[in-house]
Design a protein around this ligand. Structure first.
Ligand code: AMP
Ligand code: MG
Length: 484
């Protein structure tokens, strides 16, 4: 039996949605990361895969059954429509079907030029590839839906950016690579038959219940809006800032995709932006929920003719469905943030939660520690244990109301808090240090950080240095780059 056998259902069923991909090849690839746990989940043999990993995950050798393609899509980027994007540096090799029968796309990123590359070189550098490995790993272990990294390969070649940098290829899995922007591409060209086909394919893969609905297009819109609302609420609950929430990075699967200029927030401030290209702060932490709805509106526009043949009626129905996004988001937010303060929250609890966020903002407290310390306060029964605010009094007022609201055994609540409030996140200064070392050929800090992030909720001895934020000088100047 071969080490890796792929299916090619998308390639078979969806001609017209891609162009065949041809490899450029790399002369001297080496495997620098492999995700054993993911391989096992996929029903694959990690040891055998690793033996062939450098060739397979650089794209030099194709797995059995692979039918590599570059997918076409469009996207609203920072609010403006780009009618033609597509996989300019990626290749979808095919699907892995796991032991439960679920299909996962296997794609390479940084694997060379395609017809969609425009002026780009189709390549990626080691640092952005390992950044995606690190952050997607952190997200997965925080329980957040995400594409995942199966492997990373150093190509042995250099890519030209501001300076020459060592190149790499990422092998990632995804529930699919269908994006809102995939729909927009065909909508902009007025290709109704392709849109219907894409809708049917998306329904069968991501929202099977919608097939039986009275208006499948509306049911798909609602299912996607629920997934995006839940995803973004989950991001918000860990202080994650995606950084480039364009519609080509908004998936139908509800997975986080495309780890470019993303970062976890340190000191709580809803206006936080790290991305160097986001000059208008469009994708600031606090804007993410609203942007989610904006992106879904762009999705709805592509589906209108499938909702109803009468335009006015279609708009009315789609608008009502989009309005439900706010309710989906509100419910998901309440559940996540309620759990972060140890309560099963209902609407009346919103002010209590918001008051704590306001307090964190006012005193510039680290978001992650601000929530993590609550369990320690409960266990000790002493507000001084918090130790994050300038004075005990600033926390004590809120904590008195909070403790009144708690129901049940404090130790049990504290344990529950520790299961939802991470102690270790991918701290920006740690990520940068790991990537700088990796670019210089030292994978040690990267590997150590991966270990830490594999279990973000359990405090471990010797990892104290991973708990806190960077010195404030670092955070004030920290910027992330797209890495393209
Ligand atoms: P992203 O910012 O990664 O979502 O990419 C936006 C678009 O630019 C997509 O169509 C990518 O395929 C394309 N792109 C990004 N980097 C490169 C590159 N190095 N070479 C070719 N195309 C690229
Ligand atoms: Mg993208």
């Amino acid at each position: 039996m071969s080490v890796l056998t792929l299916h090619h259902n998308f390639a078979d069923q969806m001609p017209g949605f891609y162009v065949p991909w041809e490899r450029e090849g790399f002369s001297d690839p080496t495997l620098i990361y492999f995700n054993d746990a993911l391989a096992i989940e996929l029903g694959l043999d990690p040891e055998k895969l690793k033996e062939k990993g450098a060739q397979l995950f650089s794209g030099n050798v194709l797995p059995e059954g692979a039918q590599p393609i570059a997918q076409v899509y469009a996207g609203h980027q920072f609010g403006g429509f780009s009618p033609q994007l597509g996989d300019g540096r990626a290749a979808m090799l095919g699907e892995v079907v796991d032991p439960q029968g679920q299909a996962w796309d296997l794609a390479l990123k940084g694997s060379g030029r395609t017809v969609f590359s425009r002026g780009g070189d189709g390549r990626a550098a080691v640092a952005p590839v390992l950044r995606e490995v690190l952050i997607s790993h952190a997200m997965h272990h925080l329980g957040i839906p995400t594409t995942r990294a199966l492997a990373a390969v150093a190509t042995g070649e250099f890519v030209r950016r501001e300076q020459m940098l060592p190149g790499a290829v990422l092998a990632r899995t995804a529930a699919s690579h269908i994006r809102v922007g995939t729909f927009s591409y065909f909508a902009a060209k007025g290709q109704a038959a392709e849109l219907k086909q894409l809708m049917d394919y998306s329904i069968s893969r991501h929202a099977p219940d919608a097939e039986k609905a009275e208006i499948p297009a509306l049911a798909l819109l609602d299912a996607t809006s629920l997934k995006q609302a839940q995803l973004i609420a989950h991001w918000m609950s860990v202080g994650f800032i995606h950084g480039v929430m364009n519609t080509d990075n908004t998936t139908l699967s509800g997975e986080t995709i495309d780890y470019g200029p993303c970062a976890f927030m340190d000191r709580f401030d809803p206006r936080t932006v790290y991305s160097s290209i986001d000059r208008q702060s469009r994708y600031a932490y606090g804007n993410q929920p609203g942007i989610g709805q904006w992106n879904l509106s762009r999705f709805a526009e592509t589906l209108l003719f499938l909702v109803d043949s009468e335009q006015d009626k279609a708009v009315e129905l789609a608008t009502a469905t989009l309005r439900a996004y706010s309710a989906h988001y509100g419910a998901a937010w309440l559940e996540r943030f309620g759990a972060k303060v140890g309560i099963q929250a209902s609407e009346e609890d919103r002010p209590l939660i918001q008051a704590y966020l306001d307090l964190l903002e006012l005193h510039k407290v680290d978001f992650t520690q601000g929530f993590r310390r609550l369990s320690a306060v409960l266990r000790s029964g002493d507000v001084a244990v918090c130790g994050l605010f300038p004075s005990e009094a600033s926390f004590a007022g809120w904590s008195e109301v909070w403790m009144e609201r708690l129901q049940g055994d404090p130790d049990e609540i504290a344990d529950a808090l520790d299961r939802v409030n991470p102690i270790y996140i991918a701290r920006n200064h740690r990520v940068e240090a790991a990537l700088t070392a990796a670019t210089g050929g030292d994978l040690g800090p990267f590997e150590e950080l991966m270990e830490v992030l594999a279990d973000p909720f359990t405090q471990r001895e010797g990892l104290e240095d991973y708990e806190g934020p960077a010195p404030s000088e670092f955070d004030a100047e920290y910027q992330t780059f797209c890495g393209t």
